[in-house]
Design a protein around this ligand. Structure first.
Ligand SMILES: *Cc1c(COP(=O)(O)O)cnc(C)c1O
Length: 385
């Protein structure tokens, strides 16, 4: 099967922002680890936002090769783009649900919407009636985070009306945990109880005869069996992000990222570096300018705080992050040791995605999904290479 190439993927001959290496074997291994932890519970794959920036068209078939048959995206477009790269035994779900202009196309493409509101429900029911067919759906109930899904009162009202779900075959009742990465929070048990209660109100309805339950994201899987139900929906952990913040990461790292040295210089004491002159050399400093900037997901908040590594040496970022470059302090390396085009590690053996995120004041999710399309991408470890 030929996969669509990303911009700057393997074939690109042109110098780029850097090298983004994505280890597909590590993603498969992470899937296996989660599935093993889940036992009889199915492990779905969340591949929204282009598989958290890593390339959904490459990632989804790898998950399929490990037995994954349920794939979640955020938008209908994302589902349509993935349909051709996944075998027919896969089901694609749209977390954000239906938009008015996509109802017909969604039914035609056999994509399963997550019905989050009474409006979604009415639109999908109307489409089923128009087609004279039973349409599959997932119903999301809000269990506390007030983001998407039917409110408890709506659930009760809808459940009382025999026609509410007419023409629909509800595959799953789902909800989403707000604090799963903080196991000590009482919110987890509260959401769990709300989820059970909401499901029980709906379960008696004939449209729910086959309905199973789906609650946990990556961190939710590690909250224990009570949170597993029939299917879990991990994303982040598949991509190597730690589902247990503050504890050792059980997942295998997936991403390595390198930038290039564009230029080096030595500056005397009192000279500045970068926009705003926010760094002033307190002593003579040797500076290397690197080929990544905030347009490549090297977030502006890393200015003056982040670090990179060269041959195991820690190099602090000096001053602000520019759109296409950053400057780092190479004074700790022997003079002349850093040449133009030298490769500098941004994410890899010395620094994980989560550590970069910490330095930037954000989460690994935002780092990965911000990386963008200016890197040359190299995929390794394909299941069917
Ligand atoms: C993004 C998302 C997930 C995946 O969450 P991770 O924390 O990345 O595992 C699961 N369910 C819903 C509803 C989501 O929006």
């Amino acid at each position: 099967m030929a996969f669509p190439l990303h911009p700057n993927e393997e074939s690109s001959p042109t110098p780029s922002a850097g090298l983004l290496e994505i280890d597909l074997a590590a993603i498969r291994s992470n899937y296996r680890l989660l599935q093993a932890r889940l036992g009889q519970t199915q492990c779905a794959g969340v591949v929204k936002a282009d598989a958290y920036g890593l390339g959904a068209s490459r990632v989804a078939p790898e998950l399929h090769a490990e037995g994954c048959r349920h794939f979640f995206v955020a938008h209908f477009d994302e589902a349509l783009a993935l349909r051709p790269v996944l075998p027919d035994d896969s089901t694609l779900y749209v977390l954000n649900g239906l938009t008015r202009d996509a109802v017909g196309a969604c039914a035609q493409a056999a994509v399963v919407p997550v019905l989050n509101s009474a409006d979604h429900l009415a639109a999908w029911r109307a489409e089923a009636a128009r087609l004279g067919r039973i349409l599959p759906a997932v119903v999301q109930i809000d269990t506390g985070m007030s983001r998407l899904g039917l409110a408890p009162a709506e659930v009760r009202t809808l459940a009382q009306n025999a026609r509410s779900f007419e023409g629909l075959d509800i595959l799953f009742v789902m909800s989403h945990l707000a604090c799963a990465d903080e196991p000590a929070r009482a919110a987890n048990a509260e959401q769990l109880a709300n989820f059970r209660a909401g499901h029980d109100v709906l379960a008696s309805h004939s449209a729910f005869a086959r309905a199973r339950r789906c609650l946990a994201n990556s961190s939710g899987i590690f909250l224990g069996r009570d949170y597993h139900f029939d299917m879990a929906r991990p994303g982040a952990a598949l991509y190597g992000i730690n589902p247990l913040p503050g504890r050792p990461n059980p997942m295998r790292p997936v991403v390595r990222l390198h930038a290039r040295v564009i230029q080096t210089r030595a500056i005397p004491r009192g000279v500045h570096v970068g926009y705003g002159y926010t760094f002033e050399a307190p002593a003579p400093v040797r500076v290397a300018t690197l080929s990544v900037g905030y347009a490549d997901g090297w977030l502006r908040s890393l200015g003056g705080r982040g670090t990179v590594y060269l041959d195991g040496h820690r190099l602090p970022i000096l001053g602000r992050v520019s759109m296409d470059s950053i400057s780092v302090d190479i004074s700790s390396l022997p003079e002349g040791a850093v040449g133009t085009d030298a490769r500098v590690e941004l994410i890899g053996g010395h620094q994980s995605v989560d550590q970069v995120a910490d330095a930037a004041g954000t989460i690994g999710y935002e780092i990965l999904t911000s990386l963008g399309h200016r890197y040359r991408r190299i995929y390794s470890g394909e299941a069917r290479a």
